[in-house]
Design a protein. Sequence first.
Length: 216
Amino acid sequence: MAHPRGGADGDPPGGLERYDGRPGARAPAPARRGGAWIVATSAVREASNGRDFARHVSDLAGHPVRVVPGDAEARLALRGVMHALRGAAGGEPSQKNPEKNPSGSAEPGQDVLVFDIGGGSTEFIRARDGVLQAAVSLRLGVVPLVEQFRDYEDIARHVRARLEAEVPPGIARPTPDLLVGTAGTVTTVAALDLGLERYDGRPGARAPAPARRGGA
């Protein structure tokens, strides 16, 4: 991230100045905050001015900003995923028949592997019956990969080597009952695969058949 207030004369504005210019950045706190937490993750953790940025956002919002470590990010991702899966499970047919359960809801006792591909880090979280068993946060995000490599094959080789070296065996094996991807990278790929013109995050959302790839 750039310096909080930019560099020398003529340099692009810094991260805080760009944030100040975003629509709604200075909206009154009660209208924006509600009962939610404000959480900052990898980009703010690793930025040289991350703490300054968090304080600045906190001042604007009138509410504390929590800069969470990688393991806490993994736990929060799991909580969000399990909440969504349990919500999708209400009245749904069994996961053992995926054709009748397009939402991919979780069943009691299932072994779930969650992966969260972010801009600066990727988390892998193993859970059984919604209870965290193991987690790892890798400094393996989309932004540095795109900045470092030009060719897809180079990215694939680098990612494969990092995963083989850094993902603990207890997370990689055995094969989980349910594999769940979360966050922007996964939802963007899913939206493209479904041919969605507008993203729909509801469980089981599908595009009309003619819009989907291959007409499937």
